[in-house]
Design a protein around this ligand. Structure first.
Ligand code: GLN
Length: 497
């Protein structure tokens, strides 16, 4: 009997449920075409994004062109690997040639980059299809997407709640089956926290592992690009595609890139998992701590050894981060003056034009940070604030160095709570900053970290955070995969149908 329309719908919906690995296998066997899958993803975005708000810009013509090019390559036997023809999406902080890129800010409205970010270039070279640009907090400043100059993104598990931030759109789109994977950036937690809140896997690579060329700068000594995906294997695949040396980024590492999927199934037996004492002193909600402790128990049952470690300077991390990050941001954002990029406001003379452009173009959070950062860097205060923060940064890094003498990775919560309601923290910036308590140390110490689903609490995903030695993403992925085998990926979100 021929399949009826009903069966057709089931199989269509089924395609969007696949992991990248599964989709790649179907594409390779010619059981599906990239154009077909791309059309489904675009239709899904069309049907759901009015409510979700994950995208700032969808580029359907471009996506379909790329998909057809991929299908043609495939029919000639010239497919470029597992990402060829796979629909992905990019955080709007990554430059895309010919496609408006705003970093979630009004000041960059209408800015069309003349070149691609290195990571966009690499994904293109791998044959991936780009669906569009994803919503985010303005200049990646925030933890909820409520600082987006355009609209907040919502959590696909509960539309009244935040998807996290700043890469909230990147996490929500992947969780909501609009895209098979995405890229975000993480300066103080912006990949791991939204991954945790939306129930996807998010990897913040070691500083220097992924090129920052063409990434709109927030805090240059902390920023890294990383993947978000529904499975650990997919995240490993995406990381492998974007990692590697780039002479155009002088902080880019020349270390060879391993195959991150190799050894990913080999489990955690014999691994020493560090449990920071400071992270389990009642700072996290009971429901979050419960899932995290269960994950630790799972590791132990699978043959890992839990080791208590200390991160005595962790408590100064937020203060140090919000000085270093605002200082660097105040310098990086100086270039938006109405002359070269995006918005230009009217004014009598150059100075007034600068002033009006920056006043109208920046939202409250970048303004707050420009003022804080400029203050911290000003003569007379530099030693008291910026220099001190740099010293604390060294101490935070030494804490991790010491911890890694007795363990192979550190494990704990990503965030103190599950996804919080939109509106809850937006009027109190300090409360918003404090929610970054567990993620910031990893950036200050330039280490790799990830978030992997560790179960649900009150109907919302809980993320487990793993932090590793510099350039040891492989161990993190292996441990995350071991947990994923036990608890499974987060359930498909129900709030958007
Ligand atoms: N929430 C943090 C901040 O607002 C981290 C942001 C990020 O990682 N980009 O700075």
């Amino acid at each position: 009997m021929l399949p009826g329309p009903e069966d057709h719908r089931v199989s269509e919906a089924g395609l969007l449920e696949l992991s990248i690995g599964e989709l790649a296998a179907k594409l390779a066997r010619r059981e599906a075409a990239s154009e077909e899958v791309t059309r489904l993803a675009l239709a899904r975005i069309e049907a759901t994004d009015g409510r979700l708000g994950a995208f700032l810009r969808v580029t359907p013509e471009r996506a379909l062109e790329e998909a057809r090019a991929s299908d043609r390559r495939r029919s000639r036997g010239e497919a470029r690997g597992p990402l060829d023809g796979v629909p992905l999406a990019l955080k709007d902080i990554l430059l895309t040639e010919g496609v408006e890129t705003t970093a979630g800010s009004r000041i960059l409205r209408g800015f069309i980059p003349p070149y691609d970010a290195a990571v966009a270039e690499r994904l293109r070279a791998a044959g991936a299809v780009t669906l569009g640009k994803l919503n985010m907090d303005e200049f990646a400043m925030g933890s909820s997407t409520e600082n987006s100059a355009y609209r907040p993104c919502r959590n696909p598990h509960d539309l009244g709640r935040t998807p996290g931030g700043s890469s909230g759109g990147s996490a929500a789109a992947v969780a909501a089956r609009q895209a098979f994977g995405s890229l975000g950036t993480d300066t103080g937690g912006s990949i791991r926290q939204p991954a945790g809140f939306c129930g996807v896997v998010g990897v913040k690579p070691t500083y220097g592992r992924v090129s920052r060329y063409g990434v709109i700068a927030f805090a240059s000594s902390l920023d890294q690009v990383g993947p978000m995906a529904r499975t650990v294997g997919d995240a490993a695949l995406l990381l492998g595609a974007i990692a590697g040396h780039d002479p155009r980024d002088m902080t880019s590492s020349e270390r060879p890139v391993p195959d991150y999927r190799e050894g990913i199934e080999s489990g955690v037996a014999g691994l020493r998992v560090g449990v920071p004492r400071e992270w389990f002193q009642g700072g996290a909600d009971a429901g979050v701590e419960g899932r995290v402790r269960e994950a630790l128990a799972t590791f132990e049952r699978l043959g890992a050894r839990l080791v208590e470690v200390e991160l005595p300077h962790a408590k100064y991390g937020i203060a140090a981060y919000y000085l270093v990050a605002t200082a660097e941001a105040s310098s990086n954002l100086a270039r938006y003056d109405g002359v070269r990029f995006g918005l230009r406001a009217e004014g009598k003379g150059l100075r007034e034009m600068y002033g009006h452009t920056r006043d109208q173009g920046f939202g409250p959070e970048p303004k707050r940070r420009i003022m804080l950062g400029t203050y911290a860097l000003s003569a007379g205060y530099y030693d008291a604030y910026y220099l001190r923060a740099q010293k604390v940064r060294t101490l935070v890094r030494r804490d991790f160095d010491r911890a890694f003498e007795s363990c192979d990775l550190v494990a704990g919560p990503v965030s103190p709570t599950v996804a919080f309601p939109l509106g809850e923290k937006i009027s109190d910036p300090l409360q918003m900053y404090l929610a970054d308590v567990y993620t910031i140390g990893c950036n200050l110490a330039a280490l790799p970290g990830l978030s992997v689903p560790a179960g649900m609490h009150a109907g919302l995903p809980v993320g487990l955070q793993l932090i590793g030695r510099a350039f040891d993403e492989s161990t993190l992925l292996r441990a995350a995969r071991a947990l994923e085998r036990e608890v499974g990926p987060a359930p498909a979100p129900r709030a958007i149908g």
